[in-house]
Design a protein. Sequence first.
Length: 315
Amino acid sequence: MQSGKWITDLRPDTLLPDAARRALTVRLEVVRDYLPLALHQPDKDPEHVHQLRVATRRAGAALDIFSVCLPTKVYKTARKRLRRLRRAAGEARDWDVFLLTLTARQRGRRPQPGIDFLMGYALAQRVAAQEHLREANARLPSSFDRLLAETVAAVHRPRSDSGPRTLIDLARPLLTRLLKELDQAAARDLENYDNLHQVRIAGKRLRYAMEVFAACFDPPFREELYPAVEEMQEILGRANDSHVAIGRLEALRDQVRAVLPGEWQRFRGGIDGLLRYHRRRLPRERARFLEWWRRWQDAGTEAALANLLKAPALS
């Protein structure tokens, strides 16, 4: 099954409406294909939900990139539906990750009441999240095929004659702006997790845009620069997983103490042990990002990307 990561059949001189139709078709088709798997076969492979979440992010990025080619109402409708699915899939995926971490920590160790308790709690939350995903899809007033067809059919030429006409016309200013936003986000105090999360968001926007515009630039853009951005996203993804887990574990710990005070000592070891793991991992991943950022700048990777955006377009 296609991932929609790279958009084929595009060139720098592809007219913007043609590029929009191609990119939106590819990205929305991936959402359509993974949606029934995530809804009805999540137990067969947790990747189904993960891939749906990623597909909705990529499709949302394509909508934002080509919004100049869409009527406002069509754009907002598609964006709203994708956001609803993405959030529901994200909730389910977060619990899948939580369960995978629990399973890995339990492997080869003596059973712990606290871990068993967390496993049961997380499974219950995962079941509820799956129902939320079904509800998010059920609230769609039409099938996803119809959404796909109506969105692509609504693509038009940009109304402004002074705006971008071809894919490269859009790629250069947009990627330059996204690179600047990443710089600005990374310049903040990253001991504050909210600031680190903003770096993750800025990096994600840059990454998904690079996937759409890869055909506009020389091979190093895709083969060298993109993997560097992808590495950053993996680091910050692990940091986010730990941040989410810490919040959930702290809230659950307080609930257990209040509601089951007699059981707290039995469960304490497993809960506190997992909390320590994530509290150690979060600053480690922050340190890994800072090291990545130093290499990104010192090795000239950022400058290479900026220069590539100024270079002549591929023929």
